[in-house]
Structures are given as C-alpha cells and as structure tokens.
Design a protein around this ligand. Structure first.
Ligand SMILES: [Zn+2]
Ligand SMILES: [Zn+2]
Ligand SMILES: [Zn+2]
Length: 327
C-alpha cells in the first residue's frame, strides 16, 4: 500500500497523468470509454492525444490502474485473428456435417390445431402463414401457432440441424479460425478512483509546485521520498530537500490539508513519529488552510515548523520567507 501511494504521488508529477486527471477533475471525462475502430480495434483518442503515441496508451492506462489511480471495468471483448492480428473477425455459423457456412437459419412453426410442424418458409403463402397439411390460415402467435425453436439447413450438403458450429472468419486475411485458435482481447473503460481526487490535489496541485520552487532555490528535491530511520524503518515524506553539496543536511516537508477549515494535531503527531526516528535538520508541516492551537503548541514542542497557507501560492510565499533559514 505504501509503495502504491508513493508510486501514485510520483505519477501525479508526470505531465501525461496530470493532463488526463485534469480532464477527470475538470469534469470533461466522467468515464473513459474506448471507441471502436474497425482497423485497429478499441482506442482511446483522448489519451492518444495526451500521450502522443498510440502504441504507448495501453501501458500508460495499465500503469495508472495498477497503482490505483484509475479503476478499470471490462467494456467488451475483441476477437483478434491469430494469423494477421486483424480485429475484423466475424462469426460464421457452419454446418456441423460439412463445415460449410452456407447455412440458412429459419424458425420452426407448429400449427397448434393439427400439430403440423415445419420451417416458417414452408408456411408462407402470399404473405400469409398457411398450414400445408390442413390448409388453415395461421393468424395469431401462441393461439393458432407457436414458434418451436430454430432450425438450420445446409445449402451445401442439404442436411438440417438445430445447433450450428461457430467458426471465426477474418475479413482481412480471409482465414477461418476455431475458438481454440482465436485471440480474445479485453477492452476496458476507466474511471478515476474517488480517493484519488483528494490525493491528486495534494500531490500535484500542492506538492509539485512547492517542489519546483525549492528546486529553483537550489535544493536537491525529492518527493515523495523515503528516509531510513535509526530503527531501520523507512519513512515517507512528501518532500525532502537537501542543500546542494551537503547531502547530509536534510529538510523534510509534509503537506496536510483539511476540508473542515482547521487541521487537528494528527499530522503533527505523524510527522513527529517520523522525524524522531529519522532526525532531519529541520521539519516543516504545511497546513492548509490552518492548524489548530493545540497542533501548533505540539509542533513547537516537537520542533516542527508550521506553515499555514490557504493555498499553494501562499505556501510557497511563506516558504520563501523562511528559505534563508533552511540554507
Ligand atoms: Zn486475419
Ligand atoms: Zn394444420
Ligand atoms: Zn453441410
């Protein structure tokens, strides 16, 4: 789970991911559905435009669902010709005796009154259904007559049967293949996972610009980053900034947001537990929008610097003011 999260945070910094998630977050896409192209099969034109290379779309979407940003659902199955990889594959219903696909499908009709049964064609007379045995007209379905199932006849060998064999016919290379031979490929639709909405906003709308800003200030910036503690455990921080040329001096930064207006002390405690083990040079907690008084007191005690900011812009501005202390 932890690795998944850090992989997600990493992907939030990827421009292609941002472009696609931007469409989900902005409401342009509610569900990403593939479009069928008879030449190549299912495609995602929106994603092709973002990724730039149609061949990379599948791997891109797979990665996003593997790390839990997108959830995928089976949309359709494509039949792919095992010989030429075409998706223009049709089902041919064939005669089980001679394998010809020149099979005529009809329905069996039973005249209720006299019990005579035959295929529909043989009842048809001048647009009406007339019984060949007793010459009555069949007017009402399920009263005068009933449909008794499907009946096929082979125009090649003349035999009749009710269940045909299915073979798969490639319209491009005109090869028949069996069910065993044909390739079946899944096509998926994708949705953005709800919990990702918050995480993506945190990871890319907030964390990415702060990282960029610190890099511009001359720090070596990593995020999310793992630091090994005295206990041997790895701890993840949203951002770790190091002075260039002095890799040992590390500043750790976590970002916490609250939708309720004020953050409680929980993220302070979580950050303290990590820095207690890792002992960085300084630790910052960016609290958006505000930290509770209790949280502030605790942070002071734990030597954690709190930056309160209503937005990412304010956060970078506040960081700028303190940056001299970090260098
Ligand atoms: Zn083919
Ligand atoms: Zn009859
Ligand atoms: Zn036949």
């Amino acid at each position: 789970m932890l690795t998944d999260k850090s992989e997600r945070m990493e992907l939030y910094n990827d421009r292609n991911t941002q472009a696609l998630l931007g469409k989900f977050l902005g409401g342009e896409i509610s569900r990403l559905e593939p479009v069928f192209d008879p030449k190549v099969g299912y495609r995602y034109p929106v994603v092709e435009a973002i990724v730039g290379d149609a061949a990379k779309v599948e791997a891109f979407l797979d990665r996003l669902s593997d790390v839990g940003i997108l959830e995928r659902q089976l949309y359709d199955k494509m039949l792919v010709c095992p010989k030429c990889s075409s998706v223009s594959v049709a089902v041919h219903y064939c005669c089980p005796y001679c394998k010809s696909f020149d099979v005529q499908k009809s329905s069996l009709i039973e005249h209720v009154k006299c019990g005579y049964m035959d295929v529909e064609e043989n009842f048809l007379k001048g647009g009406k259904l007339v019984c060949q045995k007793c010459h009555d007209e069949l007017k009402k379905l399920d009263v005068d007559y009933r449909r008794a199932g499907v009946w096929c006849s082979c125009r090649s060998c003349g035999k009749s049967f009710d269940i045909p064999d299915a073979t798969l016919f490639c319209r491009d290379c005109r090869t028949d293949s069996t069910f065993e031979e044909v390739i079946i490929k899944n096509a998926y639709s994708f949705g953005m996972r709800e919990e990702v909405r918050k995480e993506a906003q945190l990871g890319w709308i907030l964390v990415a610009p702060i990282k960029e800003f610190l890099a511009e200030c001359g720090f070596d910036v990593e995020g999310p980053a793992f630091l090994k503690g005295k206990s041997g455990a790895n701890h993840m921080f949203d951002i770790v900034a190091r002075n260039k040329g002095d890799a040992k001096k590390a500043t750790v930064i976590d970002v916490a947001t609250s939708t309720e207006g004020v953050l409680v002390e929980q993220p302070v405690i979580a950050l303290f537990a990590k820095i207690f083990d890792v002992s960085p040079d300084s630790a910052y907690l960016i609290a958006i929008p505000k930290m509770s008084d209790n949280g502030k007191k605790m942070a002071e005690l734990y030597n954690i610097q709190i930056i309160e900011a209503k937005s990412q812009k304010e956060a970078t501005k506040a960081l700028k003011e303190r940056i001299s202390k970090m260098k």
